[in-house]
Design a protein around this ligand. Structure first.
Ligand code: DGI
Ligand code: FE
Ligand code: FE
Ligand code: FE
Length: 187
């Protein structure tokens, strides 16, 4: 499917504010892809579709997670996590995306994971720092844009974990493994 048609179909599924977020993630992801030598086409498509399931029905998502044999641990954590793997499912089955690297970038955009690909890092980071994001600390991440993908990803996942911890929210194990991966890499 042509990226502009994908955008049009995504727009129909999302409120205006969320659609603007998607455009911000798309532009930021493509810019990061240029800086870090990642495929701009993959970054664009992953970004366009990353939140496609954000407003999907909760019970329907639970059913997809069960039927598709996704990690059952997801169901023990906040339902906000579900739109990422279910988004990968919709990208494959409704939008015809066959590229597993794009599907994984969608699947892991909320939690991260250990040993992420550069494309996965780019989508995760773009999701956090796109222009309409407002959280305290976002400027510090934005100025790190050219400091290196691993430095950016480590700072981003640390920020997310600290935010959740400060709200007493349980952190999904993939996110903790992601941070640990970067810490161990540095030795
Ligand atoms: O979909 P977005 O709002 O663009 O952003 P996102 O997909 O990165 O995150 C969606 C929500 O998921 C966000 O409000 C924080 C929450 N979240 C991310 N990781 C975890 C989490 N919530 C819990 N409880 N545990 C996590 O590990
Ligand atoms: Fe999301
Ligand atoms: Fe995110
Ligand atoms: Fe998002």
């Amino acid at each position: 499917m042509d990226p502009s048609l994908m955008l049009q179909k995504v727009k129909e599924r999302l409120p205006e504010k969320r659609y603007n977020h998607v455009l911000g993630v798309m532009n930021t992801a493509v810019a990061l892809a240029k800086v870090y030598g990642v495929s701009e086409e993959q970054a664009r498509i992953a970004a366009i579709l990353h939140d496609v399931a954000k407003y999907a029905d909760r019970d329907w998502m639970r059913g997809i997670i069960e039927k598709e044999n996704m990690d059952p641990l997801l169901l023990d954590y906040h339902h906000e996590l579900w739109h990422a793997p279910v988004g990968a499912y919709l990208a494959a089955y409704e939008f015809g995306v066959a590229d597993q690297e794009i599907l994984d970038a969608i699947r892991y955009h909320t939690t991260g994971r250990a040993a992420m690909t550069d494309l996965e890092k780019i989508v995760y980071i773009a999701d956090m720092i796109e222009p309409s994001r407002k959280f305290p600390g976002v400027e510090r991440l934005r100025v790190m844009k050219n400091d290196g993908l691993d430095q950016l990803m480590e700072a981003s996942i640390r920020q997310s974990i600290e935010f959740l911890t400060s709200k007493n929210q349980p952190v999904y194990p993939d996110s903790l493994k992601c941070l640990k991966h970067f810490e161990q890499q540095k030795g």
